[in-house]
Design a protein around this ligand. Sequence first.
Ligand code: BES
Ligand code: MN
Ligand code: ZN
Length: 502
Amino acid sequence: MFDVKTEFNFSNEHEGLVIGLFDRPEKFTGLLAKVDELFDGQLRELVKSGDISPKFKRINKIHTFGKMGVKRIWFVGLGKEKELSFEKARDAFGQLFKTIKKGNLEELAFLLESFTTEEFNGQDAAHAAGEAFALATYEFKGYKQKSNEPEKSLKSLTIYSDSFDQEELKASLTVGYAFGKGTNSARTLVNTPGNLLTASDMADYAKELATTYDFEVEILEKTEIENLGMGAFLAVNQGSTEPPKMIVLKYQGKDDWKDVIGLVGKGITFDTGGYSIKTKSGIVGMKSDMGGAAAVLGAMEIIGELKPEQNVVAVIPSTDNMISGSAFKPDDVITSMSGKTIEVLNTDAEGRLVLADAVTYAKHHGAEYLVDVATLTGGVITALGLHTTGVMTNHEQLYEQVLEASKEAGERIWQLPMFDTEIERVRNSKVADLNNSPGSEGHALVAGAFIAEFAEETPWVHLDIAGTATTSKESDLGPAGATGVMTRTLALFVERFEPIEK
Ligand code: BES
Ligand code: MN
Ligand code: ZN
């Protein structure tokens, strides 16, 4: 799929050639000058007239009319040389792949050096290209009888470079592609409707991942979940005809099972709200309530591909949240696996209930650091909008590591506070240790504070992706629908993780 070569020349045959164009005074040097010569200076004219633009993210195509072995050339506008960053290059590549996707092409070559600067080297460019290739060409096939897929799709990329190590370039392309592909898997899980992705389906998917990457896998069935006393998780499943699954994947990258990172993902396959039922417009789209689980599974795929020297246990509590004669109700009091009792005030605050037992169970599997990801509250959308993931933590140093990973991934996160006032609200119940919904003020904060009660002393970071898991607008790196948000942040966090001295 990926090829790296040296010495591009005009007789090399390709369906398309891609050249990066910086906005700089001396327009053409090196190979570009030679191409211009081949076209008798016409290229220079096209740039002058604006038909080919070096402005950031502009994509322009010319035909070569038999003058070269390549049939067409795409120019990618990169803007000012000093302003190019990894994120920007990836967006520009994204635009390119989106444009080319419509062109029925199977194969494409790149002049890598045309994308590099003093600060942005060939490996960075190859990584960005590999990641954008996977992300920007993603499509959810859907279930229409007639598919609208193009007959051909882009299958192979060749990179020409004379100044960077070929093996390293190939590795960078492959790593970038793995990050994109893991994100796409998460997107597909989220885009799949609840009738076609039940908790059992999610468990089957996890088992397949385990087979592919040699993870240890454990799927807890309902009776085992009962025996372990996971009363909070079971309460949410109580109204369903679908059995619950507690899904556990273990990846061991160190000799000993120590410094274990626990990744916990909310896996509600559909959230009706239960007896605290959602509105008829609020309920639509709730197939995405397993976005946290999808991010964890997507990250595990990347981890399986890249095999970092880390230990990871992934825990996913999966069920739908339904209504029936047997469903749990407001006023019910339930007992979690930790022993803490919970007064249910709102059955639509179900995410924190399933996460409570999942966090406890991750600790039972040796997790010494916890990161949970969940489409947890509408409140986080009120607070931060649709482009920023909310974070809470009981451990600033661990949070710093997640923050660094999120910056590298280009996925924005912003910290929300956990003050004693919110902790007190969560602990305020006449009949139980905790309540699951202490009023509508600061939904995101009290939801995080609730989960913190189960993380206890273990360093923990909580990511609320209710606003970011899906998007109604397409972006440079993908279509509308599921974003696969936090897949790459989690994988990078794991890859770069440094144990914290206690
Ligand atoms: N799954 C929802 C949160 C959500 C809302 C995700 C919108 C994506 C888009 C969650 O289970 C929920 O219902 N949260 C409630 C909690 C409240 C009832 C305490 C909320 O935030 O409104
Ligand atoms: Mn809910
Ligand atoms: Zn929910």
